[in-house]
Design a protein around this ligand. Structure first.
Ligand code: GDD
Ligand code: MG
Length: 352
């Protein structure tokens, strides 16, 4: 069986003020009428060989997550709760321990809850390729054609092809979040993909690699699942064991070091909706390039996203802006400065 493992722990501070710690972007209907968590679960739920999903999320979001799954008629394999997030390597390890205990041959399809994929069929094909390619030890990544020297992504250099039709390659090098100059070099070298942040492997393969590369993390996560307790339909990871776990991403902790990685390059209309401008690029604009949502008046406005949640918003003669109005906060930012929005969230944390 293949188990979709949905990571839903992030707070999405770059989509403030809509995305908040209490209501992060994956639990919001940002790109469709459904939330991104619901879209992620539904995307894969009908595929052959897919077991019900396992979701790993923060304790505070448990009822929202459970309710959003119920709304789309999904009974999950499990919802694992973290008292405190320890980043993605432990979240995946907790899921792997849980699944290995119920199904020793479990295959995991790790999916962040906050990604957009336009071409579901192409993604389905890539997942089937990965299922064939992983064998008992490989860790598969899905590579995206890079379009800019982004520093927020992992970069994967393709090595030798592993099949005759050139769909699957050994990973020669994996570099997580390089600096700008390095990212520019990678872009110039045509053999690099962005890491999509989605992975596929046997639970046993991930656990073996974690044990070898990060033994302390492996031990804490095994204990956190062993000592977990059920609370209603939730599985609470043991707080003490999990808190003692080193916090690190799967990319830094495992993927940069493992010799067992392979990459399947995909063209699936992927976006991680990492910023307001990324969201604006996904949605089709009107004839002036605007995306207007809610009670909005625009006159002489171009290439601008305006989202009103609670009040009337009027804009006149502006260009290339993002305007997001909510009940208690308003964001106005130039489209090319959206990466700085997360600093507002830092600023608010300091004020508290
Ligand atoms: N349950 C849980 N617990 N989920 C978490 C935690 C945690 O502690 N931390 C992060 N997540 C979830 C986030 O909600 C998100 O869905 C996913 O894991 C990835 O975490 P991010 O924090 O968004 O990672 P990133 O964007 O910096 O980098 C990753 O994704 C890029 C593509 O979007 C890496 O895999 C990069 O290599 C990749 O290019
Ligand atoms: Mg991300």
């Amino acid at each position: 069986n293949i188990y979709p493992v949905i990571l839903s722990g992030g707070s999405g501070s770059r989509l403030w003020p809509l995305s908040r710690a209490a209501l992060p972007k994956q639990l919001l209907p940002l790109v469709s009428e459904r939330t991104m968590l619901q879209d992620t679960v539904l995307r894969v739920s009908g595929w052959k060989g897919m077991a019900p999903p396992l979701v790993v999320c923060g304790d505070d979001h448990r009822f929202l997550v459970a309710e959003q799954l119920r709304q789309i008629g999904i009974t999950p394999t499990a919802i694992l709760l973290e008292a405190q997030g320890r980043n993605t390597a432990p979240a995946v390890a907790a899921a792997a321990n849980y699944l290995a205990a119920i199904d020793p041959d479990a295959v995991m399809l790790v999916l962040p809850a906050d990604h957009v994929i336009v071409d579901d069929d192409a993604f389905h094909l890539a997942v089937m390729l990965a299922a064939d390619a992983i064998g008992s030890t490989a860790l598969a990544t899905f590579g995206i054609v890079p379009t800019a020297a982004e520093t927020g992504y992992g970069y994967i250099r393709r090595g030798a092809a592993l099949d005759t039709s050139n769909t699957c390659f050994a990973v020669e090098r994996f570099v997580e979040k390089p600096d700008r100059a390095t990212a520019e070099k990678f872009i110039a070298d045509k053999n690099y993909s962005w890491n999509s942040g989605m992975f596929m492997f046997r639970a046993s393969a991930y656990l073996a690699e974690l044990q070898r590369l990060q033994p302390e993390m492996a031990q804490c996560c095994a204990l956190a699942v062993h000592d977990a307790y059920s609370d209603l339909s939730f599985c609470r990871l043991d707080e003490t064991a999990y808190a003692a776990c080193p916090a690190e991403s799967i990319d830094f902790a495992v993927m940069e070091h493992t010799p067992h990685a392979l990459v399947i390059p995909v063209d699936i209309g992927w976006s991680d909706v990492g910023s307001w401008s990324a969201l604006a690029e996904i949605k089709p604009g009107d004839k002036d390039g605007n995306i207007l949502h809610g009670d909005v008046y625009a006159d002489g406005v171009t290439d601008t996203l305006i989202r009103s949640e609670s009040r009337f918003v009027a804009a006149i003669g502006v260009d290339n802006l993002i305007v997001v109005e909510t009940r208690d906060a308003v964001l106005i930012v130039a489209k090319d400065q959206v990466q700085r929005v997360k600093q507002v969230v830092e600023h608010l944390k300091l004020e508290q």
